[in-house]
Design a protein around this ligand. Structure first.
Ligand SMILES: Cc1cc2nc3c(=O)[nH]c(=O)nc-3n(C[C@H](O)[C@H](O)[C@H](O)COP(=O)(O)OP(=O)(O)OC[C@H]3O[C@@H](n4cnc5c(N)ncnc54)[C@H](O)[C@@H]3O)c2cc1C
Length: 350
């Protein structure tokens, strides 16, 4: 799927205009429909089937996210963000909301439902609400042209005097609200880290293949020590990033979704470290891949060029690496001696 569906769709989307990317029949919707028809949208749905101690299950999820990121960062992140409101409704929604939103989404086979997570606001502080884009007062801006992840069309959402009925409020204002927000960020951080590993691996593999075939001065460039050392450095970072990201993902999901109930044991400092470090590694590896490929790596639309632009965007999307680092630092300074946050203290702090 990553190779035969996501990669061609990502290449086509990168080359088209923002309005074309969201037009009916666009490769974006075809790719989303394929992933949905295969049931990948149910990857993180909590339920009785989630076995807390089933390490293999978390490993498989980690593998799937890495593969999606390897295929296309934009389509992977779009697909993963799509899931968020529904996974949240699965756990916190009223029966009415579950019937209205969750059930049709679970049974969806053509990606007719798209979720979004509106967390970035002018002054921050978004709410966890189950809204639909055809609700009165909700409108969205035009798709924006960006440097990278063009296969994940971006745009603003506007909420003007939107009425939210009680049954659509997932987590009401109060002490649970910030805890939920933090634990959700732990989940998204540990997932996006593995998508970043996928980007890094794709860039590394592209550079390796190029170095093996590119002949300069009568030899393939892979025979030069400097290229060998660069390739080794890329490989080393991909492997170590993956190991850390997998460990963090397994811990996060065992503690948050394990045994069919939401826990609050995910670690802010470890999940933010996983996200920030894997993003940085993805950028460094993509940067090295451009260098190994020489001018070929600069050709617009080439895989290495797209990986580099995507990895650069990744340093900003889903939280800048600086803000993620500061978030981890807060947890470190205040909580280093403890395995996880004290719930009472956490509710007061926020
Ligand atoms: C491809 C893409 C997809 C996205 N998808 C979504 C989405 O699905 N939902 C959504 O809600 N948002 C989304 N975003 C928005 C994204 O989360 C924000 O762009 C990101 O969190 C940074 O916020 P900002 O752009 O407002 O930058 P700013 O917050 O203005 O940051 C600008 C600079 O200031 C620094 N800075 C900001 N605040 C602080 C602070 N408190 N302390 C120290 N330094 C600080 C930052 O590190 C950065 O260098 C997406 C962005 C991109 C690029």
């Amino acid at each position: 799927v990553a190779e035969e569906v996501l990669r061609p769709a990502a290449g086509a989307l990168d080359a088209t205009s923002p309005p074309q990317r969201v037009a009916p029949g666009s490769p974006f919707f075809t790719a989303m429909a394929t992933l949905t028809s295969l049931g990948y949208h149910r990857l993180f749905v909590p339920g009785d089937g989630v076995d807390k101690e089933d390490h293999a299950a978390w490993r498989v999820r980690a593998l799937v996210v890495e593969e999606l990121g390897w295929g296309s960062l934009g389509l992977a992140t779009a697909f993963l963000v799509d899931m968020l409101p529904f996974v949240s409704v699965a756990r916190f929604g009223t029966d009415e909301l579950r019937a209205e939103l969750l059930r049709p989404w679970l049974e969806d086979e053509v990606a007719s439902w798209h979720g979004c997570w509106a967390i970035t606001e002018p002054d921050h502080g978004s709410d966890y609400l189950g809204l639909r884009d055809d609700d009165p007062g909700i409108r969205h801006g035009p798709p924006v042209a960006m440097l990278g992840v063009r296969d994940d069309p971006q745009g603003e959402l506007f909420f003007d005097e939107v009425f939210v009925p009680d049954h659509r409020v997932l987590v009401p204002p109060g002490p649970l609200y910030p805890v939920f927000g933090d634990q959700l960020l732990c989940m998204t951080s540990s997932i996006i880290a593995l998508a970043a590993v996928g980007v890094a691996r794709a860039a590394f593999e592209e550079a390796l293949a190029y170095a093996r075939r590119r002949v300069q001065g009568g030899h393939v460039i892979a025979s030069h020590k400097n290229i060998q050392f660069t390739l080794y450095g890329m490989f080393e970072r991909v492997e170590t990033a993956r190991a850390y990201a997998r460990a963090v993902l397994a811990h996060t999901f065992r503690t948050v979704l394990g045994a069919g109930s939401w826990g609050t044991g995910a670690s802010p400092r470890h999940t933010r470290t996983s996200q920030a470090s894997c993003k940085r590694i993805a950028f460094e590896v993509a940067h090295d891949a451009v260098q190994v490929c020489g001018a070929s790596g600069l050709v617009q639309g080439a895989l290495v060029d797209r990986r580099f632009r995507d990895a650069r965007s990744l340093l900003i999307e889903d939280g800048t690496v600086e803000v993620l680092g500061l978030d981890a630092a807060r947890d470190l300074v205040g909580n280093y001696e403890h395995d996880h946050d004290d719930l009472e203290e956490m509710m007061q702090r926020w």
